[in-house]
Design a protein around this ligand. Structure first.
Ligand SMILES: *[C@@H]1O[C@H](CO)[C@@H](O)[C@H](O)[C@H]1NC(C)=O
Ligand SMILES: *[C@@H]1O[C@H](CO)[C@@H](O)[C@H](O)[C@H]1NC(C)=O
Ligand SMILES: *[C@@H]1O[C@H](CO)[C@@H](O)[C@H](O)[C@H]1NC(C)=O
Ligand SMILES: *[C@@H]1O[C@H](CO)[C@@H](O)[C@H](O)[C@H]1NC(C)=O
Ligand SMILES: *[C@@H]1O[C@H](CO)[C@@H](O)[C@H](O)[C@H]1NC(C)=O
Length: 555
């Protein structure tokens, strides 16, 4: 780990006030360009402290994370922490709607707490198409000591970042999109920044395992477009965690992981001591890309067999397979997560729905250019982050609330291109239905929250489909896939005040407008509900240089 991590500096803890009792982890990150060539074609990569993929953030529930980010690129940068709920703190969420970018040659220090969370997450740059170049790494949150974890402490933990890859640079990809064209299909798939092929000469295995021991593999799909299936030759994968929830521990031969999703599996080294291929292959693609990496038993001198385990079927059979797999994912109701009480003591199925929001993804051509949207609105970021113009009382100068209605049927045929902010009522229990009328799979992510993933079905949603919901042990997570001509339903309580991005996790779509924000304002303007704007928060656009409004008070 190349990042600097210094221990508790008492003064800083005190200056951060409320969070002083929980430990601090400090990181200093230098974000710069460097040439990388994962598929043999050199391109401008984004490195953190010289590393691609970026360094691991390894922390424990309730730790305070302080990351001083130096932008050594020639363009603005913001990092977001996908899945970190940022309780009361959308100020640090790192989307263009919440923060001013870190300008080239300057640095900015993120301060946030991984409050009441455990699990596997990742960070990435949200500016432009930078996500296509790197700046991505894993963030894992361990359970606090004394809080039981529903499996034995593994012999080791391995981080696996999967993702599709484009040989074109991020600036070129952005130029494509700005000119109205699609970026097309990716050129390959990567496992931790590399794309091994069967038979490659292997100097260093990706991971080693000792016979008889059990390892935790934390896996995220950090790509731009493709779902990925992963599997390990000769071994089964026992699912134990998914985006912050402990799951029922089913055993799988392979798992589909869609863009933006993370999960943990346990692998027991119970096979002959040799090398095995970890395989990642893209799903629902006309020409699936495959990458392999070697997992070696400590006493192995036998290369991996060239016979790769086969992927699940493609086309409609493959979709049915994948939907069935989704349905097998269950919350372990008796396991603890971040708190000592069982996850299942929160009975989400007994809460009355206060609002149903139906979201449909749209693809359209506006003034000759490709755009994507939600319910007829294609989001663009205004010059001032939405959270800041709202906080300074200048929202009406920058955006209109509620261009997106709760039902896509009310949207016109074209796409309106404008900043898209939906006003939401603090503490409402909402149901969000994602409808996909397109022929390609979608994945959706909500910042600031986790939601209960209660259903995925082919066809169209109607209120009577609610009888098919899993109202008992749906997994609480932050990302859900929606298959072609299908729908998905999630539920959550909007109890985290702030400005939160709901987006496609497929970055071409996000960049071209398939996203919006929820403005969840606490009427009390109280510290009980939301932290004050940080002293060091950068101001830009129309709020630059303005005096800050009165601080929140209370506890
Ligand atoms: C991560 O944190 C856990 C829990 O504190 C610790 O056991 C482990 O050694 C750490 N791993 C790394 C790679 O630092
Ligand atoms: C930039 O880094 C310096 C040196 O570490 C630090 O003192 C300063 O607070 C940082 N600036 C911001 C805005 O975080
Ligand atoms: C659920 O968690 C409990 C408590 O840790 C554990 O004993 C049990 O084996 C888990 N159940 C399943 C089905 O994974
Ligand atoms: C939920 O709605 C039902 C039917 O409208 C009502 O009887 C019940 O009291 C409500 N429950 C809560 C907790 O508000
Ligand atoms: C947002 O909704 C709340 C109540 O749900 C309301 O008080 C407020 O005026 C609304 N704000 C806007 C800008 O529509």
């Amino acid at each position: 780990m190349g990042s600097k991590m210094i221990c508790v500096a008492l003064l800083l803890c005190l200056s951060l006030g409320v969070m002083a009792e929980d430990p601090y982890l400090f990181f200093e990150w230098h974000v710069s360009y460097g040439t990388i060539a994962p598929l043999g074609v050199p391109k401008q990569g984004i490195l953190i402290n010289g590393q691609f993929p970026g360094p691991l953030i390894n922390c424990t529930s309730n730790n305070n994370i302080v990351v001083n980010v130096y932008n050594e690129l020639d363009e603005p940068l913001i990092l977001s922490w996908t899945g970190v709920q940022q309780r009361k703190n959308s100020w640090q969420d790192g989307t263009p709607g919440t923060m001013c970018p870190i300008m080239p040659g300057t640095n900015y220090t993120y301060k946030f707490q991984v409050k009441d969370q455990i699990g596997t997450y990742y960070y990435f740059p949200t500016t432009g198409m930078q996500r296509a170049a790197g700046g991505i790494g894993m963030l894992k949150v361990h359970s606090r000591e004394l809080i039981p974890v529903p499996f034995d402490w593994p012999a080791d933990e391995y981080s696996v970042l999967l993702g599709d890859w484009y040989n074109k640079g991020h600036k070129q990809l952005k130029a494509f999109l700005d000119s109205g064209r699609s970026i097309g299909r990716p050129d390959g798939v990567l496992i931790n920044g590399k794309s091994g092929k069967v038979g490659d000469k292997v100097e260093q295995p990706l991971f080693t395992m000792e016979a008889g021991k059990t390892y935790r593999y934390r896996v995220c799909n950090v790509g731009l477009r493709n779902s990925i299936n992963f599997r390990l030759q000769g071994h089964t994968l026992k699912l134990v965690e998914m985006e912050g929830s402990h799951t029922v521990q089913n055993v799988y031969d392979s798992l589909d992981i869609h863009v933006g999703q993370c999960m943990s599996v346990l692998v027991t080294a119970n096979q002959a001591p040799k090398d095995y291929y970890l395989v990642a292959s893209s799903r629902f693609a006309r020409r699936p890309d495959v990458a392999v990496a070697v997992v070696r038993y400590t006493n192995s001198n036998t290369p991996a067999s060239p016979m790769l385990p086969s992927p699940p079927p493609e086309n409609s059979a493959g979709i049915a397979w994948s939907i069935n797999q989704f349905r097998s994912f269950r919350w372990n109701l008796t396991a603890s997560a971040a708190r000592p009480n069982p996850q299942g003591s929160y009975h989400y199925g007994k809460i009355n729905i206060t609002r149903t929001i139906k979201i449909a993804n749209t693809r359209s051509v506006v003034n000759g250019k490709l755009r994507f949207g939600i319910n007829g609105v294609s989001h663009v970021d205004p010059a001032t982050p939405l959270k800041l113009s709202e906080y300074f009382g200048l929202a009406e100068k920058e955006f209109k609330y509620d261009l997106v209605k709760d039902d896509p049927a009310t949207a016109g045929s074209g796409l309106v291109v404008a900043p898209s902010v939906m006003n939401a009522t603090f503490r409402n229990f909402v149901e969000i239905i994602f409808e996909n009328h397109e022929k390609t799979i979608q994945t959706w992510h909500l910042d600031g929250y986790s939601f209960f993933a209660v259903a995925i079905e082919p066809g169209r949603w109607s209120p009577d489909k609610r009888k098919n919901y899993n109202l008992v042990d749906g997994v609480s997570r932050h990302n859900i896939q929606v298959y072609p001509n299908s729908w998905a339903a999630v539920m959550t309580t909007l109890d985290n005040a702030g400005m939160w991005n709901l987006r496609s996790e497929m970055w071409e779509r996000t960049y071209l407008g398939q996203q919006m924000y929820f403005s969840v304002l606490s009427p009390a303007r109280s510290l009980r509900d939301e932290y004050n704007i940080p002293e060091a928060q950068q101001l830009c656009g129309i709020v630059k240089g303005l005096p800050k409004p009165a601080l929140y008070s209370g506890v």
